[in-house]
Design a protein around this ligand. Structure first.
Ligand code: GLU
Length: 303
C-alpha cells in the first residue's frame, strides 16, 4: 500500500515526521477511522524514524465509555496499524489546558460567556441576516460586549460560564496567518469562519479546540492528519498556536470515507464497525479494499 497524493509531492524534508491518531472513546472504530489511522501511519513512515502516536480525546467524560479504549487499541493492532509509545489520554491533561487558558486570559483574547444554548438560538434568529458559517451561524457575540464589572458580577453570583475566543481581536493581535495543508496548499486564516468558538466549556472546563492545540504541541506532532470535515477548525487552531506561541504543524486534511449512499460514517452505525466486520470474517486486507472502494478516485487513497 502506498499513499498517493495526486499531482503534489509532499515536501517531507529530512526530519522525522510525527503524526497522531486521535479518536474519542465514545464508540467503536469504523472504516473511516481505519483510513484516518492508516493515513497518519503512512505519512509518518515517509520519513526516517517517523512515529505515529495515539491520543484518546476523552475530555468529555459524559460521553466516553471505558471499554472503548481497549476496543480501539485492539482494532488498531488487528488492522496492522501499531503506534509508538503509550497512548496519551486528554482526561489526564487538564492542568495543561488550564494554564493555556490562563495565558489566553492574560493576553485578553478570551471572555466569559453566560449564554445558554436557547438564548443563542433566539439571538441568532433575531439577527436574521447574520452570517452563516460552515458549522451554522457563529456565536452572535452577546457576551463579548459585557463590561468587565458585569462579567465579575455574574461570575461572583455563580452563573455558569464558558470561555470564548474573541476571534476578531485575536486576529488583529496576530496579524495575517497561514497554514500549510499537503492536499489543499497554503491557506490564509479566516478568523470569522467559526467566529468566537468555545475554548472552555461550562461543564468540563476545557474544549476540543484548546485541548487539541495544546496536545499537538506537547506530543511534538509535526504533521496533523485528520478528516477534511475539520479543515475549518484549523483556522482557529492556527490562531491559538500563534497566541500561545506554539509551533505550527503541517496539516493533511484527508477525504472522509462515505457509506454507499455518500453519507459520512458515524460511530453509531455499528454495522460498519471494524469489530463487526472482523466478526463477519473480513480480513484487514478486505477492510482496506472496502476503504479504497469507498474513496473512489479521491486524491489521498490506498493502492
Ligand atoms: N477526536 C477527533 C475525531 O475523532 C479528531 C480530532 C483531530 O484530529 O483534531 O474526529
Amino acid at each position: 500500500m502506498t499513499l498517493h497524493l495526486q499531482g503534489i509531492t509532499p515536501d517531507i524534508g529530512s526530519a522525522p515526521i510525527i503524526t497522531r491518531f486521535a479518536p474519542s472513546p465514545t464508540g467503536l472504530l469504523h472504516i473511516g477511522h481505519a483510513y484516518a489511522a492508516w493515513v497518519a501511519r503512512e505519512l509518518a513512515q515517509q520519513s526516517n524514524k517517523g512515529r505515529l502516536l495515539l491520543r484518546f480525546e476523552d475530555i468529555d467524560t459524559t460521553r466516553i465509555k471505558a471499554p472503548y479504549y481497549d476496543a480501539i487499541e485492539n482494532d488498531l493492532k488487528w488492522l496492522g496499524l501499531p503506534w509508538d509509545d503509550s497512548a496519551l489520554r486528554q482526561s489526564t491533561r487538564s492542568e495543561a489546558y488550564q494554564s493555556a487558558l490562563a495565558e489566553l486570559k492574560s493576553v485578553g483574547v478570551i471572555y466569559p460567556c453566560f449564554c445558554t444554548r436557547s438564548e443563542i438560538i433566539v439571538e441568532t434568529t433575531r439577527m436574521s441576516n447574520a452570517p452563516h458559517g460552515p458549522e451554522g451561524p457563529p456565536y452572535p457575540g452577546t457576551c463579548r460586549k459585557l463590561e468587565r464589572s458585569a462579567q465579575q458580577e455574574k461570575i461572583s453570583s455563580g452563573i455558569a460560564h464558558s470561555w470564548r475566543l474573541d476571534s476578531q481581536l485575536a486576529s488583529e493581535l496576530c496579524g495575517p496567518l497561514d497554514f500549510t495543508d499537503l492536499r489543499f496548499g497554503k491557506i490564509r486564516v479566516d478568523p470569522s469562519l467559526l467566529g468566537d468558538v468555545i475554548l472552555a466549556r461550562k461543564d468540563i472546563g476545557t474544549a476540543y479546540h484548546l485541548a487539541v492545540v495544546v496536545d499537538d504541541a506537547f506530543q511534538g506532532i509535526t504533521h496533523v492528519t485528520r478528516g477534511d470535515d475539520l479543515l475549518h477548525s484549523t483556522h482557529v487552531h492556527r490562531l491559538l498556536q500563534s497566541l500561545i506561541k506554539l509551533p505550527a504543524p503541517i496539516y493533511l486534511h484527508h477525504p472522509l470515507v462515505a457509506d454507499e449512499h455518500g453519507k459520512r460514517l458515524a460511530k453509531r452505525s455499528d454495522s460498519q464497525s471494524i469489530a463487526s466486520l472482523r466478526e463477519e470474517g473480513k480480513t484487514p486486507q478486505e477492510i482496506f479494499a472496502l476503504i479504497e472502494n469507498a474513496l473512489g478516485k479521491q486524491a489521498w487513497r490506498i493502492s
